[in-house]
Design a protein around this ligand. Structure first.
Ligand code: PGA
Length: 250
């Protein structure tokens, strides 16, 4: 049995003061959750979030990590900095990073190596664009992204990694993949993990769905056998909505 994991991806939203308010409102609403609960916040919110989440069942994550230990990488942030600030998780390869900031399967892989080396729990994002889905290339695109991300990653490290399947056309658009579409593609991703690492790792790996997941569609998505949770953007910015999603993930 895989324990579901619901992670909020706040993206570039909430100052540290706003972060404190949101977490203070959220914590009591999710205290009885049976899934893992994570909030992936902007870098400048991590310390405040970690302080407020101490003693709760909410873990804090970042939204990116550098591929080097330290050095001349202006604008990047190292895994050690994230860990010291209180992050336990990190999102890697989100489609917005791939689309707007030149992230590639190679850089995703390098960031993943660095996260694992420093004890961060990675959430690696994959997913097809609308044109890929319309031309029947969804499985191929996801296969390439998963294979690229996990190049030279050991089975022991793969086991510590969560994958988020996020069809790009469903992110922030209000267009969710149907329960069956999400389940089918996640099943395909699991089969790729099985080819790379064998059945035990594939069966144990948690694979989330992401893309306009909300309080209304969470039950249907979570009822699918392959879907082990969600990476939630917009709906994670409201304590009530995010709590409904968390509490629906059993
Ligand atoms: P959304 O974002 O829930 O707002 O669609 C999901 C994500 O990008 O992780």
């Amino acid at each position: 049995m895989r324990k579901p994991i619901i992670a909020g991806n706040w993206k570039m939203n909430k100052t540290a003061a706003e972060c404190r308010e949101l977490i203070a409102a959220l914590a009591p609403k999710v205290k009885d959750a049976t899934c893992d609960v994570v909030v992936c916040v902007p870098f400048t919110d991590i310390a405040a979030a970690a302080e407020l989440c101490r003693g709760t069942n909410i873990a804090v994550g970042a939204q990116n990590v550098a591929w080097a230990d330290c050095g001349a990488f202006t604008g990047e942030i190292s895994a050690a900095m994230l860990v010291e600030a209180g992050a336990e998780y990190v999102v890697i390869g989100h489609s917005e990073r791939r689309q707007y900031f030149g992230e590639t399967d190679k850089t995703v892989n390098a960031r993943l190596v660095q996260a694992l080396k420093n004890g961060l729990s990675p959430i690696v994002c994959v997913g097809e664009m609308l044109a890929d889905r319309e031309s029947g290339k969804t499985d191929e695109v996801c296969r390439t992204q998963v294979t690229g991300a996990f190049e030279n990653i050991s089975a022991v490290d793969a086991e510590k990694t969560v994958i988020a399947y996020e069809p790009v056309w469903a992110i922030g658009t209000g267009k969710t993949a149907t329960d069956e579409q999400a389940n089918e593609t996640i099943g395909h991703i699991r089969s790729v993990v099985c080819e790379l690492y064998g059945k035990k790792v594939a069966d144990g790996m948690r694979i989330q769905y992401g893309g306009s997941m909300n309080a209304k569609n969470v039950a249907g998505l979570m009822a699918q056998p392959e879907i082990d949770g969600g990476l939630i953007g917009g709906a994670s910015l409201k304590a009530d909505d995010f709590a409904i999603i968390v509490n629906a993930a059993k």
